[in-house]
Design a protein around this ligand. Structure first.
Ligand SMILES: [Zn+2]
Length: 179
């Protein structure tokens, strides 16, 4: 393993110019396990299978939580109910990633970003909003590195219903809306 690498260019360092440690395990045992999602995440994942993005809201502070929480951590009280966010919104921030979700090196980078979701009847600022981190498709590397992608409208591209499993990957990506 090499030591920490200083960024060559704070706006982004080319993949072929940087060494980063990749952890590899020559022997990977098989582990079978169940994970209890709990009420909030369980309902959120079930919603994805139906093509819905569900969240919860707190009437005291007006916040909407996507992914949902059962308690408002700002007001220290139980949330007041469930709300359905639209499957579209704007790109709040984005980067080009050279590492896959399973930490493998990617030959071609992918755009990953935080999507600020629309929720009918609510307005949000840029600091606290319901949103998801996901792949962004239809954006070029230049769109991301130049930050032109920030503020772009995007819409979820869903897998066909029969292929959905109740996972965040039931959404393939958020696609940049072309007027
Ligand atoms: Zn609250």
């Amino acid at each position: 393993m090499t030591g920490p690498t200083k960024p060559i260019n704070p706006r982004g360092t080319k993949y072929d110019r940087v060494e980063f440690p990749v952890f590899e395990f020559p022997v990977v045992g098989k582990a079978r396990y169940n994970y209890t999602t709990g009420e909030a995440l369980g309902r959120f994942l079930a919603g994805l299978k139906e093509g819905k993005i569900l969240g919860t809201y707190c009437n005291k502070c007006g916040r909407v939580f996507v992914p949902p929480r059962m308690y408002c951590s700002y007001c220290f009280r139980e949330v007041d109910g469930w709300v359905e966010a639209r499957d579209e919104g704007v790109v709040n921030t984005a980067v080009m990633s050279y590492i896959s979700a399973t930490r493998a090196r990617l030959e071609r980078p992918v755009a990953v970003g935080v999507i600020k979701l629309d929720v009918p009847g609510y307005q949000f600022d840029d600091h606290f909003f319901p949103g998801l981190m996901h792949y962004i498709c239809g954006a070029s590397e230049d769109d991301v590195k130049s930050m032109k992608i920030f503020g772009a409208r995007v819409k979820a591209r869903w897998k066909p219903p029969e292929q959905r499993t109740g996972s965040i990957t039931d959404i393939e990506c958020f696609e940049v809306a072309r007027p």
